[in-house]
Design a protein around this ligand. Sequence first.
Ligand SMILES: NC(=O)c1ccc[n+]([C@@H]2O[C@H](COP(=O)([O-])OP(=O)(O)OC[C@H]3O[C@@H](n4cnc5c(N)ncnc54)[C@H](O)[C@@H]3O)[C@@H](O)[C@H]2O)c1
Ligand SMILES: O=C(O)C[C@H](O)C(=O)O
Ligand SMILES: [Mg+2]
Length: 608
Amino acid sequence: MMWRNIAGFSKAAAAAARTHGSRRYLSSAIPGPCIVHKRGADILHDPWFNKDTGFPLTERDRLGLRGLLPPRVISFEQQYARFIESFRSLERNTQGQPDNVVSLAKWRILNRLHDRNETLYYRVLIDNIKDFAPIIYTPTVGLVCQNYSGLYRRPRGMYFSAKDKGEMMSMIYNWPAHQVDMIVITDGSRILGLGDLGVQGIGIPIGKLDMYVAAAGINPQRVLPIMLDVGTNNQKLLQNPLYLGLRQPRLEGEEYLEIVDEFMEAAFTRWPKAVVQFEDFQAKWAFETLDRYRKKFCMFNDDVQGTAGVALAGLLGTVRAQGRPLSDFVNQKIVVVGAGSAGLGVTKTAVQAVARMAGISFAEATKNFYLIDKDGLVTTERSKLDPAVVPFAKNPAEIREGASIVEVVKTVRPHVLLGLSGVGGIFTEEVLKAMRESDSCKPAIFAMSNPTLNAECTAADAFKHAGENIVFGSGSPFENVQLENGSVGHVNQANNMYLFPGIGLGTLLSGARIVTDGMLLAAAECLASYMTDEEVQKGILYPSINNIRHITAEVGAAVLRAAVTDDIVEGHGDVGPRDLSHMSKEETVDYITRNMWFPIYSPLVHEK
Ligand SMILES: NC(=O)c1ccc[n+]([C@@H]2O[C@H](COP(=O)([O-])OP(=O)(O)OC[C@H]3O[C@@H](n4cnc5c(N)ncnc54)[C@H](O)[C@@H]3O)[C@@H](O)[C@H]2O)c1
Ligand SMILES: O=C(O)C[C@H](O)C(=O)O
Ligand SMILES: [Mg+2]
């Protein structure tokens, strides 16, 4: 495995490395120079520029590095092989140890490389994305956030706290990069299904931006993870002497919004062309901030909008998996468990799709959708109904208010059971067995909550109890399941990682100043049509993560073209709006691909 990667290594470098930052190569194999304003040891301590033992002798002379490194120059390929070898040896040495211990050990070795040499780090990440995504992203990133105060060694990203009120406009200039393209921001209030983790939630923007670099080829010098620390309501953290965030309850109401407003103004004042992704905000603030900013700033909420697109692609895939035409989507009965930022985002988007396909009103299109929250089935009988769920509340004459998941499944016999509740194991044996009576010939079960222990069920249990003919998706990765009938039960990772990198990149390269519904729908449709009928009929709804750069280029192109249709593109760099609007679909994909950063060592040129 390792050697296959390394064998493909230099060819991939020549083919994929067309640009490094904004600098174009003279030929596809020769990297353009990279300007550095430091010299000597300062370069070795800067992960953006550091090449460790890889600095050629001439560069060591030019940059004042001679004598600061062991004499032998080690090639990038050798450094790569050395890292992979130490990773494999860590795997061997930790065999038999508890999963959490092994996962954190793997995260640490990758994180150390990240802190030391970003070029090598991103290269090993891109080439081994299937193995490494579960470490730097979901599910291990959840464990990292839970243990962040103990794991903390060096800062990464920026921290804006409630104590910084009035200072943010100047603070934002403390960030060392002149250009920032992608910002991922959280307030730590709903980290995966792990709840309020306060300042420790910074791991999520870091992991998401690592995926931006790996999947979308955003230059790592132009990404910015942001933690908005407005306090925490997590008592355990407040009592932990090692906790690194503000020791106060979360700000609420106007006080809270003033902090977010100030950050948004500061960020867009310094980088007017950046794209901001909101991530893991508790539902009330996820919806409120989306409403507040989406017409004013170039932003989107990944949990609400990215998840909705990935789920819609999965739902359309399940119709194809049944061997039915896509138009049959309007007849699918869908039970959604979880009515928070993700569950509501998914339900609303799926209902809109039904309304569009069937040519009926939104209200009529809700007929086949059943929404369940912590108090059971949501009906109009519920007292203090949250306005956001009102459109989906059922008539209690159909099924009683507060009906349990199993009751709803037994009564409705849904085609799809989709979980976004954050509660591990609530698709119990009884619930899964009830899905055997589904009206679908290929019932679908999506246990989308993260991380792994919060999934509504495991893949193995789903195939065991609901039947071997099901289609299965989960937010966190699970191994495929060997079925008793000799075939393989395919596990789909129904995770917004398939869309957010393309949404961000397509938006950035279009120069659009907002993210429209049309752009988001185009992203979902692109993902939905990515798989062949043959694959979908085998239960494979999403592509392999190994193809993530290709998927992202396609999704990015779809997003950009939708922005052209919406007439909101302003262009990017030398490419103006007219150029964008004249590009064919293939040219758009090519334009997106050429703008992806690829990690190789560029000659460093010192400038004062
Ligand atoms: N796979 C993905 O791409 C993806 C994307 C976004 C969110 N998620 C996951 O979805 C989960 C929920 O995220 P969110 O932002 O919507 O959270 P949220 O807190 O906004 O919503 C959770 C919802 O689940 C309901 N719920 C709680 N306990 C329940 C129970 N026992 N039975 C039924 N419903 C119950 C709550 O009432 C609420 O409506 C998290 O685990 C998150 O990691 C996954
Ligand atoms: O972070 C993920 O893996 C997906 C999603 O954004 C989540 O909040 O669970
Ligand atoms: Mg999220």
